[in-house]
Design a protein around this ligand. Structure first.
Ligand SMILES: Cc1cc2nc3c(=O)[nH]c(=O)nc-3n(C[C@H](O)[C@H](O)[C@H](O)COP(=O)(O)O)c2cc1C
Length: 320
Protein backbone atom coordinates (compact mmCIF):
# COMPACT_ATOMS: atom_id res chain seq x y z
CA UNK A 1 0.00 0.00 0.00
CA UNK A 2 1.17 3.54 -0.76
CA UNK A 3 2.15 5.53 2.26
CA UNK A 4 -0.81 7.60 3.31
CA UNK A 5 -0.49 11.12 2.03
CA UNK A 6 -3.72 13.00 1.97
CA UNK A 7 -2.06 16.38 2.42
CA UNK A 8 -2.67 19.02 5.04
CA UNK A 9 -6.05 20.33 4.01
CA UNK A 10 -8.94 18.19 3.01
CA UNK A 11 -12.53 18.83 2.02
CA UNK A 12 -14.73 17.00 4.54
CA UNK A 13 -17.63 14.81 3.46
CA UNK A 14 -20.87 16.81 3.59
CA UNK A 15 -24.20 15.36 2.50
CA UNK A 16 -25.93 17.58 -0.05
CA UNK A 17 -22.80 19.71 -0.50
CA UNK A 18 -19.81 17.67 -1.61
CA UNK A 19 -21.12 16.34 -4.89
CA UNK A 20 -18.83 16.14 -7.89
CA UNK A 21 -19.02 19.85 -8.89
CA UNK A 22 -18.02 21.17 -5.49
CA UNK A 23 -15.30 18.56 -5.01
CA UNK A 24 -13.90 19.45 -8.42
CA UNK A 25 -13.82 23.14 -7.51
CA UNK A 26 -12.29 22.52 -4.08
CA UNK A 27 -9.50 20.46 -5.65
CA UNK A 28 -8.98 23.10 -8.34
CA UNK A 29 -8.64 25.85 -5.74
CA UNK A 30 -6.28 24.10 -3.36
CA UNK A 31 -7.81 21.16 -1.48
CA UNK A 32 -5.28 18.34 -1.43
CA UNK A 33 -7.87 15.65 -0.99
CA UNK A 34 -11.65 15.38 -0.74
CA UNK A 35 -14.39 12.94 0.16
CA UNK A 36 -17.72 12.04 -1.33
CA UNK A 37 -20.62 12.58 0.98
CA UNK A 38 -21.63 9.50 2.96
CA UNK A 39 -22.90 6.77 0.70
CA UNK A 40 -25.07 3.90 1.82
CA UNK A 41 -23.03 0.69 1.62
CA UNK A 42 -26.21 -1.18 0.88
CA UNK A 43 -27.33 1.28 -1.83
CA UNK A 44 -23.91 1.09 -3.44
CA UNK A 45 -24.01 -2.69 -3.56
CA UNK A 46 -27.44 -2.47 -5.22
CA UNK A 47 -26.29 0.17 -7.74
CA UNK A 48 -28.97 2.64 -6.64
CA UNK A 49 -29.19 5.42 -9.20
CA UNK A 50 -28.84 8.17 -6.61
CA UNK A 51 -25.79 6.47 -5.17
CA UNK A 52 -24.03 6.28 -8.52
CA UNK A 53 -24.44 10.03 -8.98
CA UNK A 54 -22.74 10.66 -5.62
CA UNK A 55 -19.74 8.61 -6.73
CA UNK A 56 -18.87 10.50 -9.90
CA UNK A 57 -15.22 11.56 -9.88
CA UNK A 58 -13.91 12.35 -13.37
CA UNK A 59 -10.11 12.56 -13.35
CA UNK A 60 -10.01 13.23 -9.63
CA UNK A 61 -10.36 9.70 -8.35
CA UNK A 62 -6.83 9.59 -6.88
CA UNK A 63 -7.70 12.62 -4.79
CA UNK A 64 -11.16 11.48 -3.82
CA UNK A 65 -12.04 9.16 -0.99
CA UNK A 66 -15.37 7.39 -0.83
CA UNK A 67 -17.21 7.55 2.46
CA UNK A 68 -19.50 4.64 3.22
CA UNK A 69 -22.11 4.32 5.91
CA UNK A 70 -23.85 1.27 7.25
CA UNK A 71 -23.89 -0.91 10.33
CA UNK A 72 -23.40 -4.40 9.00
CA UNK A 73 -19.71 -5.41 8.93
CA UNK A 74 -20.21 -7.84 6.02
CA UNK A 75 -22.06 -5.31 3.87
CA UNK A 76 -19.57 -2.55 4.67
CA UNK A 77 -16.72 -4.89 3.78
CA UNK A 78 -18.35 -5.88 0.47
CA UNK A 79 -19.03 -2.24 -0.38
CA UNK A 80 -15.46 -1.29 0.48
CA UNK A 81 -14.18 -4.05 -1.82
CA UNK A 82 -16.48 -2.85 -4.61
CA UNK A 83 -15.25 0.73 -4.10
CA UNK A 84 -11.65 -0.43 -4.36
CA UNK A 85 -12.51 -2.42 -7.50
CA UNK A 86 -14.02 0.78 -8.92
CA UNK A 87 -10.74 2.61 -8.47
CA UNK A 88 -11.10 4.36 -5.10
CA UNK A 89 -7.79 4.24 -3.25
CA UNK A 90 -9.11 5.71 -0.02
CA UNK A 91 -12.13 4.24 1.72
CA UNK A 92 -13.65 5.85 4.79
CA UNK A 93 -16.37 4.55 7.07
CA UNK A 94 -18.69 7.09 8.66
CA UNK A 95 -18.92 6.62 12.41
CA UNK A 96 -19.94 10.13 13.31
CA UNK A 97 -23.19 11.00 11.58
CA UNK A 98 -25.62 12.23 14.28
CA UNK A 99 -28.77 12.30 12.14
CA UNK A 100 -31.65 10.32 13.64
CA UNK A 101 -32.54 8.55 10.39
CA UNK A 102 -29.00 7.14 10.20
CA UNK A 103 -28.46 6.49 13.92
CA UNK A 104 -31.68 4.50 14.24
CA UNK A 105 -30.34 2.00 11.70
CA UNK A 106 -27.27 1.49 13.90
CA UNK A 107 -24.99 3.40 11.49
CA UNK A 108 -23.00 6.64 11.84
CA UNK A 109 -22.33 7.68 15.41
CA UNK A 110 -24.44 4.74 16.73
CA UNK A 111 -21.45 2.50 15.97
CA UNK A 112 -19.53 4.28 18.75
CA UNK A 113 -22.09 3.00 21.26
CA UNK A 114 -21.19 -0.60 20.50
CA UNK A 115 -17.44 -1.12 20.74
CA UNK A 116 -17.77 -4.78 19.78
CA UNK A 117 -19.55 -3.82 16.56
CA UNK A 118 -16.98 -1.07 15.95
CA UNK A 119 -14.25 -3.67 16.25
CA UNK A 120 -16.00 -6.11 13.90
CA UNK A 121 -16.50 -3.39 11.29
CA UNK A 122 -12.93 -2.14 11.24
CA UNK A 123 -11.57 -5.68 11.08
CA UNK A 124 -13.94 -6.76 8.31
CA UNK A 125 -13.29 -3.70 6.16
CA UNK A 126 -9.53 -3.88 6.72
CA UNK A 127 -9.56 -7.52 5.65
CA UNK A 128 -11.63 -6.73 2.54
CA UNK A 129 -9.40 -3.91 1.25
CA UNK A 130 -5.87 -4.85 2.17
CA UNK A 131 -4.32 -2.66 -0.53
CA UNK A 132 -6.43 0.43 0.03
CA UNK A 133 -6.08 3.27 2.46
CA UNK A 134 -8.78 2.65 5.02
CA UNK A 135 -9.88 5.51 7.30
CA UNK A 136 -12.67 6.18 9.75
CA UNK A 137 -14.42 9.39 10.73
CA UNK A 138 -15.56 9.51 14.32
CA UNK A 139 -16.98 11.81 16.96
CA UNK A 140 -15.74 11.82 20.57
CA UNK A 141 -18.48 9.44 21.68
CA UNK A 142 -22.22 8.92 21.55
CA UNK A 143 -23.08 11.08 24.53
CA UNK A 144 -21.36 12.68 27.49
CA UNK A 145 -21.56 9.44 29.46
CA UNK A 146 -19.86 7.41 26.76
CA UNK A 147 -16.94 9.49 25.53
CA UNK A 148 -14.79 6.68 24.12
CA UNK A 149 -12.71 8.12 21.29
CA UNK A 150 -9.45 6.96 22.88
CA UNK A 151 -10.72 3.41 23.25
CA UNK A 152 -12.01 3.17 19.69
CA UNK A 153 -8.97 5.06 18.36
CA UNK A 154 -6.68 2.45 19.87
CA UNK A 155 -8.78 -0.42 18.52
CA UNK A 156 -8.64 1.24 15.10
CA UNK A 157 -4.88 1.50 15.26
CA UNK A 158 -4.48 -2.13 16.35
CA UNK A 159 -6.88 -3.27 13.62
CA UNK A 160 -4.87 -1.64 10.84
CA UNK A 161 -6.96 1.46 10.16
CA UNK A 162 -4.71 3.94 8.35
CA UNK A 163 -6.00 7.24 9.71
CA UNK A 164 -8.73 8.80 11.83
CA UNK A 165 -10.76 11.91 11.01
CA UNK A 166 -11.88 13.32 14.31
CA UNK A 167 -14.75 15.67 15.11
CA UNK A 168 -14.49 16.27 18.87
CA UNK A 169 -18.16 16.56 19.74
CA UNK A 170 -20.43 13.82 21.00
CA UNK A 171 -23.44 12.76 18.98
CA UNK A 172 -25.76 14.34 21.56
CA UNK A 173 -24.13 17.71 20.99
CA UNK A 174 -24.96 17.47 17.28
CA UNK A 175 -23.39 20.78 16.17
CA UNK A 176 -23.95 22.60 19.47
CA UNK A 177 -21.30 24.03 21.75
CA UNK A 178 -17.71 24.24 20.59
CA UNK A 179 -15.62 21.43 19.17
CA UNK A 180 -13.18 20.52 21.96
CA UNK A 181 -9.84 20.20 20.22
CA UNK A 182 -8.06 19.37 23.48
CA UNK A 183 -9.54 15.93 22.72
CA UNK A 184 -7.99 15.97 19.24
CA UNK A 185 -4.63 16.77 20.81
CA UNK A 186 -5.12 13.88 23.24
CA UNK A 187 -6.03 11.44 20.47
CA UNK A 188 -3.01 12.55 18.45
CA UNK A 189 -0.78 11.93 21.49
CA UNK A 190 -2.25 8.50 22.19
CA UNK A 191 -2.26 6.82 18.80
CA UNK A 192 0.48 6.54 16.21
CA UNK A 193 -1.67 6.57 13.05
CA UNK A 194 -2.48 9.94 11.46
CA UNK A 195 -5.21 12.02 13.08
CA UNK A 196 -6.97 14.74 11.09
CA UNK A 197 -8.86 17.51 12.88
CA UNK A 198 -12.45 18.37 11.99
CA UNK A 199 -14.77 20.76 13.79
CA UNK A 200 -15.31 24.53 13.86
CA UNK A 201 -12.81 25.25 11.11
CA UNK A 202 -14.52 28.38 9.80
CA UNK A 203 -11.54 30.56 8.94
CA UNK A 204 -7.89 30.21 8.01
CA UNK A 205 -7.02 31.39 11.52
CA UNK A 206 -9.18 28.63 13.03
CA UNK A 207 -7.35 26.08 10.90
CA UNK A 208 -3.90 27.42 11.78
CA UNK A 209 -4.75 27.60 15.48
CA UNK A 210 -6.21 24.07 15.58
CA UNK A 211 -3.28 22.69 13.60
CA UNK A 212 -0.79 24.34 15.90
CA UNK A 213 -2.59 23.33 19.09
CA UNK A 214 -3.31 19.70 18.21
CA UNK A 215 -0.31 18.79 16.00
CA UNK A 216 -2.86 16.99 13.83
CA UNK A 217 -1.65 15.52 10.56
CA UNK A 218 -4.03 17.73 8.64
CA UNK A 219 -7.18 19.80 8.80
CA UNK A 220 -10.61 19.07 7.37
CA UNK A 221 -12.63 22.03 6.18
CA UNK A 222 -16.38 21.46 6.26
CA UNK A 223 -18.85 24.33 6.84
CA UNK A 224 -15.95 26.76 6.44
CA UNK A 225 -15.51 25.66 2.82
CA UNK A 226 -19.15 25.98 1.72
CA UNK A 227 -19.23 28.75 -0.89
CA UNK A 228 -15.51 29.37 -0.38
CA UNK A 229 -13.49 26.80 -2.34
CA UNK A 230 -10.45 29.09 -2.20
CA UNK A 231 -10.01 28.54 1.58
CA UNK A 232 -7.76 25.58 0.87
CA UNK A 233 -5.31 27.63 -1.18
CA UNK A 234 -5.45 30.44 1.38
CA UNK A 235 -4.65 27.96 4.15
CA UNK A 236 -1.74 26.32 2.37
CA UNK A 237 -0.22 29.69 1.58
CA UNK A 238 -1.36 32.00 4.32
CA UNK A 239 0.96 34.73 3.01
CA UNK A 240 -0.44 34.84 -0.50
CA UNK A 241 -2.45 37.83 -1.61
CA UNK A 242 -6.07 36.95 -0.99
CA UNK A 243 -8.47 36.97 -3.92
CA UNK A 244 -10.52 40.13 -4.30
CA UNK A 245 -14.30 40.13 -4.30
CA UNK A 246 -14.62 40.02 -8.08
CA UNK A 247 -12.29 37.04 -8.32
CA UNK A 248 -14.38 35.30 -5.66
CA UNK A 249 -17.62 36.09 -7.48
CA UNK A 250 -16.04 34.63 -10.63
CA UNK A 251 -15.29 31.41 -8.73
CA UNK A 252 -18.83 31.25 -7.33
CA UNK A 253 -20.16 31.75 -10.86
CA UNK A 254 -17.90 28.95 -12.08
CA UNK A 255 -19.19 26.73 -9.28
CA UNK A 256 -22.75 27.53 -10.28
CA UNK A 257 -22.02 26.61 -13.89
CA UNK A 258 -20.45 23.32 -12.81
CA UNK A 259 -23.44 22.55 -10.62
CA UNK A 260 -25.94 23.33 -13.40
CA UNK A 261 -23.97 21.28 -15.89
CA UNK A 262 -23.91 18.26 -13.62
CA UNK A 263 -27.38 18.36 -12.07
CA UNK A 264 -29.29 20.36 -14.66
CA UNK A 265 -30.55 23.92 -14.16
CA UNK A 266 -33.68 22.90 -12.29
CA UNK A 267 -31.87 21.10 -9.47
CA UNK A 268 -28.79 23.26 -9.84
CA UNK A 269 -30.21 26.47 -8.49
CA UNK A 270 -31.22 24.76 -5.24
CA UNK A 271 -27.81 23.21 -4.85
CA UNK A 272 -25.90 26.48 -5.38
CA UNK A 273 -28.01 28.19 -2.72
CA UNK A 274 -26.10 27.03 0.41
CA UNK A 275 -22.83 28.05 -1.25
CA UNK A 276 -24.00 31.51 -2.15
CA UNK A 277 -25.67 31.99 1.22
CA UNK A 278 -22.51 31.03 3.11
CA UNK A 279 -20.34 33.18 0.87
CA UNK A 280 -22.58 36.20 1.54
CA UNK A 281 -22.52 35.58 5.28
CA UNK A 282 -19.01 37.01 5.26
CA UNK A 283 -20.25 40.43 4.14
CA UNK A 284 -21.55 43.06 6.52
CA UNK A 285 -24.87 44.39 5.30
CA UNK A 286 -25.66 41.37 3.14
CA UNK A 287 -28.81 40.28 4.99
CA UNK A 288 -31.07 41.55 2.21
CA UNK A 289 -29.04 39.68 -0.38
CA UNK A 290 -29.20 36.50 1.66
CA UNK A 291 -33.00 36.82 1.80
CA UNK A 292 -32.92 37.14 -1.98
CA UNK A 293 -30.89 33.92 -2.16
CA UNK A 294 -33.49 32.12 -0.08
CA UNK A 295 -36.30 33.36 -2.31
CA UNK A 296 -34.54 32.88 -5.65
CA UNK A 297 -36.44 30.45 -7.83
CA UNK A 298 -34.25 30.35 -10.90
CA UNK A 299 -30.61 30.42 -11.81
CA UNK A 300 -31.22 33.80 -13.46
CA UNK A 301 -32.27 35.23 -10.11
CA UNK A 302 -29.12 33.85 -8.50
CA UNK A 303 -27.00 35.45 -11.22
CA UNK A 304 -28.73 38.76 -10.58
CA UNK A 305 -27.74 38.60 -6.92
CA UNK A 306 -24.10 38.06 -7.92
CA UNK A 307 -24.38 41.03 -10.25
CA UNK A 308 -25.72 43.26 -7.48
CA UNK A 309 -22.78 42.23 -5.34
CA UNK A 310 -20.32 42.82 -8.16
CA UNK A 311 -21.56 46.26 -9.07
CA UNK A 312 -22.17 47.50 -5.53
CA UNK A 313 -19.31 45.86 -3.77
CA UNK A 314 -18.30 48.99 -1.88
CA UNK A 315 -21.49 48.74 0.11
CA UNK A 316 -20.66 45.29 1.39
CA UNK A 317 -17.70 44.98 3.68
CA UNK A 318 -15.98 41.67 4.03
CA UNK A 319 -15.93 40.50 7.65
CA UNK A 320 -13.40 37.66 7.41
C1 LIG B 1 -24.42 19.83 5.72
C2 LIG B 1 -23.45 18.88 6.37
C3 LIG B 1 -23.39 17.57 5.91
C4 LIG B 1 -22.48 16.67 6.49
N1 LIG B 1 -22.40 15.40 5.99
C5 LIG B 1 -21.45 14.57 6.46
C6 LIG B 1 -21.24 13.30 5.86
O1 LIG B 1 -21.89 12.92 4.87
N2 LIG B 1 -20.27 12.50 6.39
C7 LIG B 1 -19.51 12.89 7.49
O2 LIG B 1 -18.65 12.14 7.94
N3 LIG B 1 -19.68 14.09 8.05
C8 LIG B 1 -20.60 14.94 7.56
N4 LIG B 1 -20.71 16.19 8.09
C9 LIG B 1 -19.80 16.60 9.18
C10 LIG B 1 -18.58 17.34 8.62
O3 LIG B 1 -17.81 16.51 7.78
C11 LIG B 1 -17.67 17.88 9.75
O4 LIG B 1 -17.11 16.83 10.47
C12 LIG B 1 -18.48 18.77 10.71
O5 LIG B 1 -19.26 19.70 10.00
C13 LIG B 1 -17.55 19.53 11.66
O6 LIG B 1 -16.75 20.43 10.97
P1 LIG B 1 -17.09 22.04 10.91
O7 LIG B 1 -17.54 22.40 12.32
O8 LIG B 1 -15.79 22.66 10.54
O9 LIG B 1 -18.19 22.22 9.96
C14 LIG B 1 -21.63 17.09 7.56
C15 LIG B 1 -21.71 18.41 8.00
C16 LIG B 1 -22.59 19.30 7.43
C17 LIG B 1 -22.63 20.72 7.93
Amino acid sequence: MDKINLGQCILAPMAGITGYPFRKMALKYGAEFCFTEMISADGFLHNDRGTLELLKTGNDIDKTGIQLFGSNPVILAQAAKKAADNGFKVIDVNMGCPVKKVVKTGAGSAILKDVKLFSLIVKAVRQAVKDSIFTIKIRSGFDENSVNFLEVGKIAELSGVDAVFFHPRTRSLMFGGAADHSLTKKLKEEIAIPVYASGDVFTINDALRIQDFTSADGIMFARGAIGKPWVFGDYLDANRTHLDINQKIDIITELMEEISLFYGRERGHNLIRPHLYNFLKGFKGSKGLRCMVNNAKTEKEILEILNILRTANNEYTRLD
